[in-house]
Design a protein around this ligand. Structure first.
Ligand code: C2O
Length: 304
């Protein structure tokens, strides 16, 4: 059983990140840095599955596996879980190590203010550090704490329903009968902390709060290029399980929500070909082969 280990402490590189950096570098080398990626196991291809822009800034779907991320709907959490499971398997394949497991970065956690900085390994600005990129905010790469909106994590965890079709607050997002690259109803978890971490890690702002420079994490079309993306999403995936455990009233949609459970998405498989997941296949992390070290509910959480 895999454990999604915690990320590093100041100054040291845990083995899991040393291996990760090696995989990132190897995967980047499988395709040219620019132009359309061809190898499904390359870094650029994996990122394109989330989103890739055409020259005119639209979603590039010239490959049927690209630009498939699910946002603003109840597919957000399951799609990203499938994406992470695929990615973890691809990294394991590159490393030849089935025990490697994707770590998570808390980023915003009411009980762990010290983790509100980008983990050190990701900001060591050496040319040979595959975890570093300049396509990030000055704040993130400078090791400054993210603005403290950790209360949003508690707030999201206190939302009672997974999905909604009436516009009331939901944890996971609005109900849709069809996949939705960008639906309009974000769940509480997707909005803040999720989106917030994306923009503050990706972008620089002026004093008025306008974006003055956009980095990879700031856009759907580039987010997967930043190695921290995957650790951020591992944490969101973890928070889904924390939410389920936090209160017996917290439930995923029941079996009669067939539209959700049967919706399927296709991803490349490390051994070649593709693997199709249905939403109903990914609701139990243990069945997918992993668990989390920490599923504790924040001390600030109050059950409804
Ligand atoms: Cu599909 Cu954090 O985004």
């Amino acid at each position: 059983m895999d454990v999604w280990t915690r990320t590093d402490d100041e100054g040291t590189w845990p083995d899991v990140l040393v291996a990760y950096a090696r995989a990132v570098e190897g995967m980047r080398g499988l395709d040219p840095p620019t132009g359309k990626p061809r190898d499904p196991l390359s870094w650029q291809f994996q990122a394109a599955m989330h989103g890739r822009a055409t020259r005119t800034g639209r979603a590039d779907r010239s490959n049927s596996l690209w630009s498939r991320c699910q946002h603003g709907s109840w597919f957000f959490l399951p799609w990203h879980r499938m994406y992470l499971a695929t990615f973890e398997a691809v990294v394991q394949h590159h490393l030849g190590d089935d025990d490697w497991s994707l770590p998570y970065w808390y980023a915003l956690d009411p009980d762990r203010p010290s983790t509100a900085v980008l983990p050190p390994a990701f900001r060591e600005a050496r040319a040979d550090n595959a975890l570093f990129t300049e396509h990030r905010s000055v704040l993130a790469n400078g090791g400054d704490p993210l603005p403290d909106v950790s209360g949003s994590v508690t707030q999201a965890l206190e939302v009672e329903v997974f999905a909604t079709d009436t516009g009331v607050a939901s944890f996971g997002g609005g109900e849709r009968s069809q996949p939705s690259f960008f639906g309009e109803e974000m769940g509480a978890i997707e909005d803040t902390p999720h989106g917030f971490v994306h923009v503050v890690v990706g972008n620089d702002f002026d004093a008025q709060g306008n974006t003055v420079r956009e980095g990879w994490m700031g856009s759907f079309f580039t987010a997967g290029l930043d190695p921290i993306f995957w650790l951020h999403h591992a944490n969101l995936d973890r928070l889904w399980q924390v939410w389920l455990d936090a209160d017996p009233e917290h439930r995923n949609p029941p079996d009669d929500d067939a539209a959700w459970l049967r919706t399927s998405f296709r991803f490349p498989a490390p051994g070649g070909g593709t693997r199709t997941f249905r939403v109903g296949d990914v609701l139990d992390p243990q069945a997918l082969g992993y668990t989390y070290e920490d599923l504790s509910v924040p001390s600030t959480f109050v059950a409804a």
